[in-house]
Design a protein around this ligand. Structure first.
Ligand code: ADQ
Length: 458
């Protein structure tokens, strides 16, 4: 059996479940065959040299961990400026937030070359390599240039925008051509696959074949949707532990007599937090019976604070929730409970379960695992209702949620009102259908299907 090598920007100890969905899934796939997990160590060397970094290896159970440090200059240019300041906004359709600088692109290439170089020295001939996410798009091209012939697959966790937006990235052909060094490309949704195929056709003159085949720049690659899932059993049993139950009880007693709307995310402009607060304000304006009765609990954990756009968003959310509380609140009731902190994973199911409505309304999202976790955390006999943006990858699968266009603030408010008044029968019907889908396409299905296609050359 060939060894699995996973490459991602960040590496987590697979034995620690606190790291959450993806780390658990990848960790389990690695544990089952024994494998290697390679990526950035998370350490920044202030005195390091660009393009260089020390390799550290350690053993975590059956998994070998190999990580590389980055110097300050590489970290800022490759990680903050290019990955999170160019690729993240453009791939989330937000050209106006992207800051293109040639030096950052050079560093992005350089760090991918550094990673390829360090990884190459650890590879065995029959390894199978699975690269994750936008930080590492050119990794396979660099490995191929070093003579690597192993099968290499790539999974993109974020959306693929339409070709015209991709084409705004300076050197986009270089970036997108490098995807043809992989054997298999996995995307979150059919929409993403369609955008990739259209790009390849219009910009790289690709021939499109059946079963996801794309033939361009002298190479053939399969590009398909493998929607990522969650570990349903793991999340359900997390909900049965004391911490989750305490959280549930605490919320129920703090907000007794209230209906709760719950939102949980990293504080990121892609998550639609501003629009969500506008929709909540509209709910209180248009349906005044909710005043004093309905509270929005919004958790937005700190994220990428060194990137400028995130600082602006933080300030505007604080002022928006302050103004809703000022305009509608009274001595007994604060309409918005906005928390700029993360919640421990073991407490999350309790928070989700306390929410009569789960608000997951990103302006654009690769998949969105919070939507899936919210559904799994519900009491099947009295489930809450998921209000989900049609622009989350998850919307392709979770059709029984109440789907909304987050830009349409009035309609979103109307849907929240509908969710608050949905009959028990309809809630159970929708929840049962959603659970079936989540079980069928859980995270184990995701990693097994991708790896078996990569292995077999399908
Ligand atoms: P993210 O943008 O980080 O992931 P998401 O899919 O929602 O978004 O996953 C976040 C994970 O972190 C979930 O397991 C959630 O429970 C946890 N989390 C988020 N906010 C939290 C908070 N405030 N406190 C505690 N835990 C929190 C990227 C893509 C997504 C894609 C995933 C996986 O942007 O579109 O679904 O990768 O592929």
């Amino acid at each position: 059996m060939s060894r699995l090598v996973v490459v991602s920007n960040r590496v987590a100890d697979p034995r620690k479940t606190s790291s959450g969905g993806l780390a658990v899934a990848v960790g389990q796939a690695l544990e089952s065959s024994g494998g290697l997990w390679f990526g950035w160590s998370g350490k920044i060397r202030e005195d390091g040299t660009p393009g260089e970094g020390e390799l550290h290896t350690s053993q975590a159970g059956k998994v070998q961990m190999a990580t590389v440090d980055l110097c300050r200059e590489d970290h800022d240019a490759y990680y903050l400026n290019y990955s999170n300041g160019v690729l993240w906004p453009v791939f989330h359709y937000r050209l106006e937030l992207a800051d293109f600088r040639a030096a950052d692109l050079n560093s992005y290439r350089q760090v991918n070359k550094l990673f390829a170089h360090k990884l190459h020295s650890l590879l065995r001939p029959d390894d199978i390599i699975w690269v994750h996410d936008y930080h590492l798009i050119p990794l396979a091209a660099e490995l191929r240039a070093m003579g690597c012939r192993q099968r290499i697959g790539f999974f993109l966790h974020i959306p693929v925008p339409p070709p015209q937006l991709l084409a705004a990235i300076p050197d986009h052909e270089w970036l997108m051509r490098s995807l043809f060094s992989y054997d298999l490309l996995g995307f979150q949704s059919e929409t993403d696959v369609t955008h990739f195929r259209h790009y390849a056709e219009s910009e790289l003159h690709a021939q499109l074949g059946d079963d996801g085949l794309v033939d361009a720049v002298g190479a053939q690659v399969h590009a398909r949707a493998y929607p990522i899932g969650i570990d349903v059993d793991e999340f359900q049993s997390l909900g049965e532990n004391g911490d989750a139950q305490d959280m549930y009880k605490k919320l129920k007693s703090t907000y007794s007599g209230q209906r709760l709307l719950v939102g949980v995310e990293r504080l990121d402009y892609s998550k639609g937090l501003r629009h969500r607060l506008y929709a909540f304000r509209r709910l209180l304006e248009n349906y005044p019976e909710n005043r004093g009765q309905t509270t929005l609990v919004q958790i937005a954990s700190p994220s990428r604070e060194a990137v400028g756009a995130y600082e602006d968003l933080r300030r505007s959310l604080e002022s928006l929730s302050g103004s809703i509380n000022g305009d509608f609140g009274d001595l007994e009731w604060n309409p918005v409970r906005y928390v700029h902190r993360s919640v421990a994973r073991k407490r999350l199911p309790g928070l989700y379960r306390a929410g009569s409505v789960g608000l997951v309304t990103p302006l654009r999202d690769g998949m969105n695992l919070v939507a899936k976790e919210y559904v799994v955390a519900q009491n099947p006999e009295d489930p809450g209702v998921l209000v989900l943006s049609r622009f989350a990858g998850a919307a392709e699968q979770l059709q029984e949620a109440l789907l909304v266009n987050p830009y349409d603030v009035s309609k979103t408010a109307e849907m929240i009102q509908r969710a608050l008044h949905m009959s028990l029968e309809e809630r159970i019907e929708r929840h049962t259908a959603l659970m079936e889908r989540l079980r069928e396409h859980d995270v184990h299905w995701w990693s097994k299907t991708f790896l078996s296609d990569l292995n077999s050359g399908r």
